[in-house]
Design a protein around this ligand. Structure first.
Ligand SMILES: [Zn+2]
Length: 175
């Protein structure tokens, strides 16, 4: 929280909660304002929020300028906390979303009205492809796990970012 405050990020702390099935939100916050309005933000762990706001400021903004000659005025997400298993499977291990430690980013709205979505842009114009690939690459340096359209069909329409590293060797996972 101290790191977020020094970056002039506005947020509010959320109470710790436990849910059926082992899901829980511990030491989470809700981002209120970090410069780019972002849809569907719920509870986020502090490390996730810290890296996400850095990504928005230091990756999304410059990449939009460089590749799209524009300014991102809104980031669309499919949410943060969600009490479910990995890939929404009926059994298996809990998703990082179950701990508010993950976010799914789906599209970017530019000031001139353009909307670049992961779904269409990943195979879209060369500028859109370059923009989204730069964002994916940059995310891989910031988050423990990054999944996108090249990983599997479940991620065709969004980037999944979470703070968990590989359980086997502790390195980040980037696909
Ligand atoms: Zn996800």
């Amino acid at each position: 929280m101290a790191a977020l405050k020094t970056k002039s990020v506005r947020f509010s702390g959320l109470p710790n909660k436990s849910f059926d099935g082992g899901c829980r939100t511990i030491d989470t916050i809700k981002l209120m304002d970090f410069g780019t309005p972002t849809t569907n933000l719920g509870a986020m762990t502090c490390p996730l929020a810290d890296n996400f706001t850095d990504w928005a400021r230091f990756a999304v903004a410059p990449a939009a300028k460089m590749y799209l000659k524009g300014e991102v005025v809104r980031i669309e997400t499919m949410g943060t906390f969600n009490c479910r298993n990995v890939n929404g499977a009926r059994s298996g291990r809990l998703s990082e979303h179950a701990f508010a430690n993950a976010i799914d980013v789906s599209a970017f709205i530019l000031r001139d009205g353009r909307r670049v979505s992961v779904l269409d842009g990943w195979r879209g114009s060369s500028a859109e492809q370059a923009f989204l690939r730069r964002l994916h690459q940059s995310a891989c340096k910031r988050f423990g796990t990054v999944l996108g359209p090249d990983y599997n069909a479940a991620h065709a329409n969004h980037f999944h970012f979470d703070m968990a590293k590989s359980m086997t060797n502790g390195t980040s996972f980037c696909r």
